[in-house]
Design a protein around this ligand. Structure first.
Ligand SMILES: NC(=O)C1=CN([C@@H]2O[C@H](COP(=O)(O)OP(=O)(O)OC[C@H]3O[C@@H](n4cnc5c(N)ncnc54)[C@H](OP(=O)(O)O)[C@@H]3O)[C@@H](O)[C@H]2O)C=CC1
Ligand SMILES: O=C([O-])CC(=O)C(=O)O
Length: 438
């Protein structure tokens, strides 16, 4: 039944019992929870919660639950909020503030709705989304906020949009830094490092000034390892350990290729590490990885494939996708950001680990200190992690780890001016590529 035909619209929540009391106040309630607070933009006060202004909280009505397979039942009108809202709210956790930069971009367009739905932080975790954009993207950001509003997510209590990182990062517990300038034709990697480095230096300073002292930061915008380094160096009051560069997409890509080759479903693949940079020098580790609990090299006996095809496939997967799609991975990147967060907020399954680009100080592998390098991590589910010690190395793995390490050390020299390291000197060993560049 379409909205116009309804005299008493109902919202049903799949999975609830068969008898429902539906309340029209679902509308007022969700609207009350979504407060748009556009900042530093006078014109943005046009955003308002129009339903909130007009709706009254009507008495409860008992209605038939529309069957979801009815052809005239669609979208929001197939949903019921069993609004024992007050009771439910009491069982919820304390609201968390989550900042997302590049919020009008492609990755965010997938990610924000996952965050708001509860599938990332859990069904009892209300969140406030704080969206960072720019002058150029502000209108689009308003559009994003409107779509979030129209989605009626019960757990989404507040949406803020702003172009000022000092406002957006105020008290945030999570900062997902996605916005970055893409490398254009003819642009040198050094140029990209500098332009994006400025963005991440500013955002690091803003996080340092106003974010929660234990904020967890996931840098997605490329080149993400060095951007994360710049960010953490500009945020000296936040533990360096709290900064991550996203290499989870690479891990997921590696798992997919191993599963494909072994002819197993990908949940049978575990212990996959991506070592190093999120670039074409990254090292997907098949030495320590397992399939059905067995070393990958015992299951996949074609070692030439592992060393050559597999490694290159993972390194260049992003570029192949761009050739097909005409744009870089957005949906799968958003999924991998979700995976990365969940890996920090839920205990890592016994014996397994996940990859993340983290600060190398104190690492047990002999990797140079002072860079952000993807390594195997485990978490107790408290947002923190520890590095996995029981991994093995062979000459093949060590040689490649050395190469990606050299690249990151060179990137670090290129951005010395942004991390308090004096005059920058850019001597990148070769113009290595982001996974999306080929
Ligand atoms: N680590 C990983 O695994 C992956 C990383 N990426 C990286 O994530 C980033 C975002 O990708 P995606 O969402 O697809 O990109 P989009 O181009 O869709 O969005 C990027 C956003 O970055 C912002 N931005 C910030 N500074 C600039 C600038 N100087 N010029 C242009 N835009 C700028 C823009 O927002 P605004 O104007 O609001 O600032 C824009 O909306 C990219 O750096 C990409 O390379 C992509 C895939 C995987
Ligand atoms: O290069 C890009 O922007 C895309 C990217 O990081 C990837 O697909 O892994």
């Amino acid at each position: 039944m379409a909205v116009a035909e309804l005299t008493t619209p109902t919202w049903t929540k799949q999975g609830l019992g068969s008898s429902h009391l539906s309340y029209l106040s679902a509308r007022t309630s969700s609207c009350r929870r979504l407060s748009f607070r556009p900042l530093r933009r006078t014109h943005s006060s046009r955003i308002s919660c129009s339903v909130n202004q007009t709706a009254q909280a009507p008495a409860a009505v008992e209605t038939e639950v529309p069957k979801s397979n009815k052809p005239d039942c669609f979208g929001v009108f197939c949903l019921t909020y069993d609004l024992k809202a007050e009771e439910e709210t009491k069982s919820w956790k304390k609201l968390i503030n989550v900042a997302v930069s590049g919020a009008a971009g492609m990755i965010s367009n997938h990610l924000l709705f996952k965050l708001a739905s509860g599938q990332v932080f859990g069904p009892d975790q209300p969140i406030a989304l704080k969206l960072l954009g720019s002058e150029r993207s502000f209108q689009a950001l308003e559009g994003v906020a409107m779509e979030l509003e129209d989605s009626l997510f019960p757990l989404l209590r507040e949406v803020q949009i702003s172009i000022d990182p000092y406002e957006v990062f105020q008290d945030v517990e999570w900062a997902l830094l996605i916005g970055a300038k893409p490398r254009g034709p003819g642009m040198e990697r050094a140029g990209l490092l500098d332009i994006n480095g400025q963005i991440f230096a500013e955002q690091g300073k803003a996080l340092n000034a106003v974010a929660s002292r234990n904020v967890k930061v996931i840098v997605v915008g490329n080149p993400c390892n060095t951007n994360a380094l710049i960010c953490l160096k500009n945020a000296p009051d936040i533990p360096a350990k709290n900064f991550h560069a996203l290499t989870r997409l690479d891990e997921n890509r590696a798992k997919c290729q191993l599963a494909l080759k072994a002819g197993v479903f990908y949940d049978k693949v575990s212990n996959v590490t991506i070592w190093g940079n999120h670039s074409t020098t990254q090292v997907p580790d098949f030495l320590n990885a397992k399939i059905n609990g067995l070393p990958v090299k015992e299951v996949i006996t074609d070692h030439k494939w592992l060393e050559e095809e597999f490694t290159e496939k993972v390194q260049k997967r992003g570029g192949v996708l761009i050739q097909k799609w005409g744009r870089s991975s957005a949906a799968s990147t958003a999924v991998s950001i979700v995976d990365a967060i969940k890996s920090l907020v839920t205990p890592t399954p016994e014996g397994d680990w996940f990859s993340s680009g983290v600060y190398t100080d104190g690492n047990p592998y002999g990797i140079a200190e002072g860079i952000v390098f993807s390594m195997p991590c485990r978490s107790k589910g408290d947002g923190d992690y520890e590095l996995v010690k029981d991994v093995i190395f062979d000459d093949y793995l060590l040689k490649r780890i050395t190469k990606t390490e050299a690249e990151l050390l060179a990137e670090k020299r290129c951005v010395a001016h942004l991390i308090g390291g004096g005059v920058a000197y850019c001597d990148l060993p070769e113009d290595t590529m982001l996974p999306g560049e080929m």
